[in-house]
Design a protein around this ligand. Sequence first.
Ligand code: 13P
Ligand code: ZN
Length: 284
Amino acid sequence: MKILDSKFVKGFIKMADDGYHQGWHERNGGNLSYRLKPEEVESIRPRLMNNEDWQPIGAHVPGLGGEFFLVTGSGKYFRNIIVDPEACLAIIELDEKGENYRIRWGLVEGGVPTSELPAHLMNHEVKKRVTDGRHRVIYHAHTTNTIALTFVLPLKDEVFTRELWEMATECPVVFPDGVGVIGWMVPGGEQIAIETSKLMEKYDVVIWAHHGMFCSGEDFDLTFGLMHTVEKSAEILVKVLSMSHMKRQTITPDNFRALEPRFHISLPERFLYEKEEGPLDDLV
Ligand code: 13P
Ligand code: ZN
């Protein structure tokens, strides 16, 4: 099958374009990766290149040995993906040890996979293990409102989760495990990848302070929908905090508990703490 006609390639391109139109991908901001299914690899194998050199990943991901990924290229603009996917995207293959990759398709004008490849692959490795292989998509975007919140809220998983949950009743249903937050770090390296993948053991959403967000999911719709829901909630919180530091009324811990049987979710009690004051009150 022609690579550009494959359903997974079309879904990838649509998701990237949807993200661009949300305003999450200024310039080359953000990156996206998808772990191919074995039958998808077989359907395109005759059209893959075989002559590119192996390159170090910059991380060690033995749990992904031999897997194929569709990824965005480093420095490529999301707004150009829909018009020239072969220049902006790559299909890469990992070696059996999960230490090197080689390009099998794409990046026809040159280039390399996203600089966040270590974070993507380490997250994929964790999610493949903890979801029995169900998660296949890792998405990084520069989501405006979520970034704005990292300047004013304490950088604590509990505070971000609770404040985002309170902004829309569907939030605890969409991300019942909550969100993780890491403080500012140098992007594009192994260290930030290690910290992010540790949080991916228990969350599907990790916020990078003053930078953006990573989401993991089973398919393009679920992963995009997760990012969209978190960012929408952050937008509401930015609006609320812009009006007042105090909420006159909100969704209470008991309200959240009442959602559990109806939606078949179980919400960790550590997010349902009693609050004396508003979200900004433990600012120093
Ligand atoms: P890349 O262009 O290398 O994917 O980097 C963009 C980015 O968002 C880095 O965090
Ligand atoms: Zn980024």
